[in-house]
Design a protein around this ligand. Structure first.
Ligand code: PA5
Length: 453
């Protein structure tokens, strides 16, 4: 079953139709490379069959751990960065109450995040909150060696042990990491933490449907079975459509964005009119940026939340340099209903909207903006889902992952590695004087002309 619709009519004026058709054929060929494991990075293709492969026992284990944690904590701090962070946050923010932490009754722990920055203020503020709350920690790092989450974990582990004692702290820490490698795995084994494994063949940014995403999402009270079912159904739909030789939204999206890229549209802005999708856009930015931006190539993934950002970015998008195209995630139906009231005096002159749902206004803003931007030479791809739910998010996650793998292959890069991320780390380690970096430390200190802060 497929709940995702794609509309390409608003790119047609910007590309040659037969180029699109040939890119759709190329997308189809690259799909075969993915599923036959004949392309680059094929040791990281576990995500393709993941929604069907994950066992009932594993799902039960995740749900049980989430329930146990929920009975004794008010807050779960999820420590991780990049692919070990964004997927969970994207789903939790998309499905959750906009002001969950302010609600009087909270059925599930509030999920907070750490280890996604190196901010002293952020961690200090978090510790102040945790002083007064019952909490637990989930620490996530596939490599088990990433600096940002390692620092946050050291600080929070220390806090937890002081608050509850070493024994109880051990019952309040869950580690999600490699099955055998890395400092986190070693620490987890020594301390006896409950652990979940990040499969070897699933890279960080493709890992939201493993315990990396599923545990925090379950702790936040959302139905991970429905999320996985959405992804699985979409995978089955895509597989069948490929066997039947039908065009499907994945091929259409991969082909459309590459067709636009070839015409000089180098920036793709993901646009959402539903603010709860803000972190979904962040997840998508990482997925596409880290997968495609290589060897001097790649569409630059950017994001905006409309109508908010129409009042900051709108001018540029309408009228600035013409190197942008937009991909709108459009949601047919919101989960709540609110109408604009009538006002006897009508001093604000809004009575022409009286009785209308807020959503109707939002949809008109979306339609009007798409037309205005197309008139301003910003092509538009529209991807629609019926509503924001676990099931549909599962479909969207799988849709974007598959399109990303295909699209990376179409560009001629390996979408499953990230060699460029190492450059900043090496400099940071050299500047901090990490053992083993002595030569680099000397070079970089000469380059900046001092010893650092
Ligand atoms: O997609 C990726 O591989 C990265 O974004 C990683 O998820 C990120 O760097 C965190 O790595 P790790 O889970 O090893 O700490």
């Amino acid at each position: 079953m497929n709940n995702i619709r794609i509309e390409l009519s608003n790119i047609m004026g910007f590309i040659v139709e037969k180029d699109l058709a040939s890119l759709q054929q190329s997308a189809s060929n690259q799909y075969q490379n993915l599923i036959n494991k004949t392309g680059q990075g094929n040791e990281f293709l576990g995500w393709i069959t993941l929604p069907g492969d994950i066992s009932d026992n594993m799902i039960d284990d995740i749900i049980n751990v989430a329930e146990t944690i929920s009975t004794k904590t008010e807050i779960m701090v999820v420590i991780g960065i990049g692919g070990s962070y964004l997927g969970a946050r994207a789903v939790i923010e998309a499905l959750g109450h906009s002001f969950y932490e302010l609600q009087e009754q909270q059925e599930h722990p509030l999920v907070l995040f750490a280890g996604q920055n190196i901010s002293e203020k952020y961690l200090t503020d978090l510790l102040h909150i945790l002083d007064k709350k019952e909490y637990a920690i989930t620490v996530i790092s596939k490599s088990g060696t990433t600096t940002e989450p390692a620092i946050a974990f050291r600080i929070l582990k220390n806090h937890l042990e002081h608050k509850y004692g070493v024994q109880e702290a051990r019952h309040r820490i869950i580690a999600i990491t490699d099955k055998e490698k890395g400092a986190l795995k070693q620490l987890a084994d020594e301390e006896g933490y409950k652990t979940f494994v990040v499969p070897d063949d699933v890279g960080g940014r493709y890992s939201v449907l493993t315990p990396v995403g599923l545990l925090p999402i379950a702790v936040a009270g959302f139905d991970i079975r429905k999320l996985l079912k959405g992804a699985k159904d979409f995978w089955e739909y895509i597989s069948k459509s490929m066997v039947d030789n039908d065009l499907n939204p994945v091929l259409e999206y991969a082909a459309a964005r590459n067709a636009l890229y070839q015409t000089g549209k180098k920036i793709e802005m993901m646009i959402s009119y539903d603010p709860e999708l803000f972190y979904f856009t962040e997840w998508w930015k990482q997925l596409y940026g880290e997968s495609e931006g290589k060897e001097g190539k790649g569409i630059f993934p950017a994001g905006a939340s409309f109508t908010t950002d129409l009042h900051s970015m709108g001018q540029y998008i309408q009228d600035g340099e013409r190197h942008i195209f937009e991909t709108v995630i459009s949601v047919d139906k919101p989960v709540s209903e609110l109408r604009i009231p009538s006002d006897e005096n009508n001093l604000d002159k809004l009575n022409y909207l009286a009785g209308k749902r807020i959503h109707e206004v939002n949809i008109m803003a979306e339609t009007g903006t798409i037309l205005a931007h197309v008139d301003g030479n910003v092509p538009n791809i529209k991807i629609s889902i019926p509503e924001i739910s676990e099931y549909n998010l599962g479909q969207l996650i799988y849709f974007f992952e598959m399109a990303c793998g295909i699209s990376g292959y179409m560009l001629g890069v390996n979408p499953f590695d990230q060699p460029g991320v190492e450059a900043y780390k090496n400099n940071m380690f050299a500047l901090l004087g990490k053992p083993g970096y002595e030569k680099e430390t000397e070079t970089i200190r000469k380059r900046i002309g001092h010893e650092g802060p």
